[in-house]
Design a protein around this ligand. Structure first.
Ligand SMILES: [Zn+2]
Length: 101
């Protein structure tokens, strides 16, 4: 115990690399990936890619992916054709078609 304390006393505290992020998520007992997700969601970004989130902490691309993946995972037969992600998808398709023409 004494040896450890003398070693730390001798060495000057030189901090290397990126400085530690100190915020409301830094003390949580979760992985660094989860902390990144929580920081993105608090910032209003997608929890996967970090772009601007539309709903549920996802961007449009990952909202669509999550919808399809969860429907397959839980064996859903019916589809809500007027859900937010589908409407946004249609809107983006019409916008891109307008730009191409
Ligand atoms: Zn995303």
């Amino acid at each position: 115990m004494n040896a450890k304390s003398t070693q730390t006393d001798k060495e000057p505290t030189v901090r290397r690399g990126r400085p530690e992020i100190v915020d409301e998520f830094s003390h949580l007992p979760v992985s660094r990936q989860r902390k990144w997700q929580l920081r993105q969601m608090a910032k209003g970004g997608c929890r996967i890619c970090g772009q601007t989130a539309i709903s549920g902490g996802y961007c449009l691309k990952h909202l669509v992916h999550e919808r399809e993946y969860s429907a397959e995972r839980f064996g859903c037969k019916r589809e809500n054709l007027n859900c937010k992600s589908r409407l946004m998808e249609k809107q983006m398709e019409t916008q891109s078609a307008r730009w191409e023409a």
